[in-house]
Design a protein around this ligand. Sequence first.
Ligand SMILES: Nc1ncnc2c1ncn2[C@@H]1O[C@H](COP(=O)(O)OP(=O)(O)OP(=O)(O)O)[C@@H](O)[C@H]1O
Ligand SMILES: [Mg+2]
Length: 393
Amino acid sequence: MIKLTGLIKRYPGRTVTANAVDGLDLEIPEGKLVSLLGPSGCGKTTTLRMIAGLERNDGGTIEIDGTVVSDPARRIFQGADRRPIGIVFQSYAIWPHMTVEQNVMFPLRVGKGKVAREVARQRARTALDMVGLADFATRPAPDLSGGQQQRVALARALVRQPKVLLLDEPLSNLDKGLRDRMRDEIRAVQQRLGITTVFVTHDQDEALAVSDDVIVMNHGRIVERGMPQEIYTFPREEFTARFLGVSNSVDGVVASVEEGGSVTVTTGSGPLTCVNAPQLREGEAVSVFMRPESLRLSRKDGPWKGTVEFSIYHGDCWDYHVRVGDDLLRVRVYREKVGIAHGQSVFLSPDPESAIVVPKSGADAGATGDAAGVDDAAAAPTAAKSATVSGSR
Ligand SMILES: Nc1ncnc2c1ncn2[C@@H]1O[C@H](COP(=O)(O)OP(=O)(O)OP(=O)(O)O)[C@@H](O)[C@H]1O
Ligand SMILES: [Mg+2]
């Protein structure tokens, strides 16, 4: 179990209002894998390094497996070598002058928990077996592929049988196919060992695929926490919706509230019924988010009429950018051989089941954008908003 309470990190030269980590409260249950997901600079690595003891927190406490390992107010600080953790970095940090086995043995041959060479060798073999590298023990480490080197790093992190595994973007140096395979292997090893794990990533697909819970972060704070399917299907915060690629948003006003939690919203594109939207009031200003694949496109009919401005072919699907009134909406269409010409009129039907309605925060909720542009557009999720929408599950 990991428990972070009011965790704060200030770097010299930065103002108090821009703490790198700004009052983080987080509890990770025994045996669970939780990912920290957020844009560059949001404080993921800093949080991980504080849990590891590689960085000192300026405020708050860190508890690992029932022991407070850091609490500056009480002058408690255990360094990394005294914490029951294993860590894997983005750069594998494999020692090139050693064999695979020597790399994995290393943590057992130094410092306080030092064990005899033969014992260390046995444990290294067990760890290498765990990551599928038993046959590579005597190879010089540099003679391995990137994926294999990352597995060595994982074996080395696991060899001391830590209570907690910390992974900082462990897959980002691997190519796509290998990344998916390693991701699944990490999850399999983590579940087999039942080891409490923090997985840092800025890749939403990766976070959704491996996690028990996803923690969405921005500006050193937690924006939202939830199971992957909750976070993906019904994000409660505009920031989360945008960061998870819900690139379409239209502004509107609640025209009527029906029984059972659905609402009809008047938008510039036309009326829209949304099923999962309780606790909204008539007349309330809202933003409605829609995934590109939840808008149905037809050449013949549908409630919203628009014009194709441009299209992008992805192999398995087309993305059409359709102008509907003031809004430019991205629509994803699968199983279509012939694309639709630019300038052609089309009709869109939004899916009432998958539209995400959030009260308008006063920030610029009307701008379309993807993860790259998310930082400024959704910087101010308000407490009121989260309170209102949290009932929508
Ligand atoms: N040693 C340092 N000195 C000063 N500022 C730092 C230091 N390390 C990080 N920061 C700042 O703290 C903030 C959080 O950085 P951090 O590395 O934790 O972000 P991150 O979420 O891991 O980003 P990325 O996805 O790019 O790795 C950033 O604004 C960064 O510039
Ligand atoms: Mg980082």
